[in-house]
Write a protein that binds this ligand. Structure first.
Ligand code: LIP
Length: 266
């Protein structure tokens, strides 16, 4: 795909992320209760997830009818030019009115994520990255934090009920034994955006879907960080573990979470 076509999609992704964020913000700030259905343990779905899912699919079909679309709530194909969307990443936070959630939109073409947008509508923080053009928060260029070492590092260690609890406990134990501090904030997209903008130093989770992370991983890469190869094997459609962070702690983190034996290579 040529640069002009990617640029069109990158600009459009920011436009519709902002529009979708307004839908989430209205629901978040209304006095109405936010009813959530359980898809699994600590895995929720709200009407606003579905409203935003329908809205984004509709806008994309209007403007880029030839592109494929894969979303958390509607599934989708793996066409060469693929939009990968999480209407609300951090649904549990949204349902509890914790302002730590985002609309996450990525555009993936010819095996690479070319554009990523993560928008937190409550803080009005628009994180964007286009491959090769840098990463930005509300237009300000982002760089990952100049971490000194593990004792100077905070890792967002996401919890997924899709892996045994014992594995998560082992991950957190190894982080703490390695001198790291950790948080578990409930949104991979925002966690990765916070690595990119230098608020924290790394993100680790034993299993995530592409819609949770593709946009955030590009933010980290374009802000000078490193990331695991999430699309290894069939990660784009079947998910994978995620590890990302600042350069100074790459070796220490990879020792703690040896992804080689976790990434899908089948
Ligand atoms: C969430 C992820 C988070 C993970 C949660 C959940 P959702 O995505 O962003 O990192 O720990 O279990 O999967 O379901 O809110 O879109």
């Amino acid at each position: 795909m040529n640069s002009h076509e990617i640029a069109r999609r990158h600009a459009f992704a920011e436009e519709i992320a902002r529009e979708a964020g307004a839908i989430a913000r209205r629901a978040f700030r209304s006095g109405d209760s936010i009813r959530a259905m359980e898809k699994g343990a600590h895995d929720l779905l709200t009407e606003t997830d579905l409203d935003i899912d329908r809205f984004l699919i509709g806008r994309l079909r209007e403007v880029f009818p030839e592109d494929g679309i894969l979303t958390e709530e509607s599934g989708g194909g793996s066409a060469g030019n693929l939009w990968v969307i999480d209407p609300i990443d951090g649904t549990m936070n949204f349902a509890r009115r914790i302002p730590h959630f985002a609309v996450s939109i990525a555009f993936h073409a010819e095996g690479k994520t070319e554009s990523g947008v993560v928008y937190n509508p409550i803080l009005d923080e628009m994180f964007t990255a286009r491959r090769g053009f840098g990463a930005f928060c509300n237009g300000q260029k982002m760089r990952v934090r100049p971490t000194r070492d593990a004792t100077d590092a905070v890792i967002d260690a996401g919890y997924s009920s899709k892996r045994p609890l014992s594995d998560y406990i082992a991950l957190v134990s190894r982080l703490l034994e390695g001198g790291f501090a950790f948080v578990q904030n409930g949104s991979a997209a925002i966690g990765l955006a916070q690595v990119a903008c230098g608020r924290i130093d790394g993100y680790a989770e034993l299993f995530l879907h592409s819609w949770d992370v593709l946009a955030g991983l590009l933010l980290v890469e374009e802000a000078g960080g490193w990331t695991s190869d999430f699309t290894a094997g069939d990660g784009l459609l079947r998910g994978n573990p995620v590890l990302a962070g600042t350069p100074a702690i790459r070796e220490a983190l990879q020792r703690i979470l040896p992804l080689d034996d976790l990434l899908r290579t089948d």
